[in-house]
Ligand binder design. Structure first.
Ligand code: GDP
Length: 295
């Protein structure tokens, strides 16, 4: 994970660590290298610049130049700043309402349906909840089948209405079904949509308005780099989502999305997907991710 970015940051650090004495000039040079590494990893320019400016200022303020092990001190500073860039602390789901309604949104192929299953499994096995899944994709019968297969696999019921062509009605029916059957979580898997598809964006806005979800999770493929950040911005402008799910972090992916999304949309990353299996879900920990990026 993040080999690209880690390798580049590593190289940037080696420049610094290789110096016998550290001067203000080579701190500045290292920060320039780190900025380049971040840009190469698809971190957007503003984020990369303010990040390196911050680290530089803190490094000089923390007397890195006179520290016993300046490299270590700088690494620690970088770690803290990277974690802060990704939200600082873990951001949990708000699950107090019964039922808690969670709307899942994102582009086709981002990993929404897979994540819907994973989240239900996570809430069932780790949080002792009784979830209901709602198949709210009226365009692709295969998506309904896929959710039913996952539901069966994890032992979680799935509400479907294959006759209906009204996603708002299906979402409402799903919530009513949950209330009748004692499900305290409702996870609504919506149709994949292109951010530029106005009709589809209006549809999900309407579903949101009708069911007033407690959480709206935007699922995005971490392999898509800067596109992931741009898509997040469009969806957030329309939906004001409550959190991000970064999928496919098990692949040979770049770290840019994790680093920039929080600062661009100012919403926390709540979960990561690390594989195709139902267990391949992790709560997002900014500090752990920072350490991983730095290697
Ligand atoms: P949707 O169209 O957004 O509902 O996407 P799907 O849930 O159908 O996922 C699209 C593809 O990505 C499927 O082949 C999934 O198995 C795969 N996938 C989803 N999440 C992950 C992940 O975290 N890691 C990997 N490697 N594959 C994933």
């Amino acid at each position: 994970m993040f080999e690209n970015l880690s390798d580049k940051l590593d190289r940037a650090f080696k420049v610094l660590k290789g110096q016998g004495t550290i001067t203000e000039i080579n701190v500045a040079e290292t920060m320039k290298e780190i900025r380049k590494a971040l840009l190469d990893a698809d971190v957007n320019y503003k984020t990369a610049k303010s990040f390196t400016d911050d680290v530089k200022q803190k490094a000089l303020g923390a007397n890195v130049l006179t520290a016993v092990s300046p490299g270590q001190l700088l690494t620690k500073l970088m770690n803290d700043e990277l974690a802060a860039l990704m939200g600082g602390t873990t951001s949990e789901l708000t699950l107090t309402a019964s039922p808690t309604v969670i709307l899942i949104a994102g582009l086709n192929g981002a990993g929404k349906t897979t994540f819907t299953g994973k989240l239900a499994n996570f809430l069932k096995t780790q949080k002792n909840k009784k979830p209901l899944l709602v198949a709210d994709d009226i365009y692709r019968p295969a998506a309904i089948d896929q959710l039913e297969v996952l539901g069966e696999q994890i032992g979680v019921p799935v509400y479907t209405n294959r006759e209906s062509k009204d996603p708002i009605a299906i979402a409402k029916e799903g919530i009513a079904h949950a209330k009748q059957n004692g499900n305290n979580i409702v996870i609504i898997d919506t149709a994949g949509r292109l951010a530029i598809d106005e009709a589809m964006m209006v549809e999900i806005e309407q579903v949101k308005a009708a069911v007033n979800p407690h959480e709206i999770l935007f699922v995005v493929d971490s392999m898509t780099g800067q596109d992931a950040v741009n898509t997040a911005k469009v969806f957030n402008d329309r939906l004001d989502f409550t959190g991000v799910v970064l999928t496919k972090l098990d692949g040979d992916t770049r770290g840019g999305a994790a680093l920039s999304i929080k600062s661009v949309v100012n919403k926390p990353i709540k979960f990561i997907g690390t594989g195709e299996k139902m267990e391949a879900i992790d709560v997002f920990h900014p500090d752990r991710m920072a350490s991983r990026i730095l290697g």
